[in-house]
Design a protein around this ligand. Sequence first.
Ligand code: UDP
Length: 197
Amino acid sequence: PSPVYVLGVRVDRLTQSQVLIALKEVLSSSHASCQQIVTVNPEFVMAAQQNTVFRQCINQAALVLADGIGIVLAARFLRQPIAERVTGVDTLVELARLAAEHGYRLYLLGAAPGVAESAGARLQELVPGVQIAGTYAGSPAPEEENEILERIRSAQADIVCVAYGAPAQDLWIFRNLQRIPASLAMGVGGSFDFLAG
Ligand code: UDP
């Protein structure tokens, strides 16, 4: 089905298993630049009303997932239903499974110092064999971008998960899409904190 637009913000109408297929496609096809995944909740839709760049960022993404029952309800109200919500943390675990299966390497960027390391360890418990290419708290400040991109490059990552909170994480990915040395990047909000426990 075609995407639903909630107050001008695109949301793809995919079930969890269709998301998995779409993730596989994004990871296996060769694109000139990194592909972005955004998980949209009602706060994203509200923020995108004032912030045009954030709306462009969401609407251009390779995949826009409905993270939150509020989005599922809005889609139903618009008579373009979405079967189920797809959370950021579930998607991160699915990405880890795909990564383990195909030998892709995950880079965990953001969150407080130490949190991404713990989240990586937890992912390796949940998904044996998944390779964590690297972790780095850093910050979304533009002055740090070159250094962070160099860290990702030297870690030889394929998938970059960014936990700088919304919209900072998604805008960070969006403005660096042409430079991120990986196939796929996703904003993951509080997922590292959740996994780290
Ligand atoms: N975060 C960060 N740097 C920042 C802002 C946030 O590393 O400048 C991290 C924060 O530690 C947390 C994650 O971003 O791990 C998500 O933050 P929050 O829960 O506020 O965002 P949301 O889940 O609401 O998008």
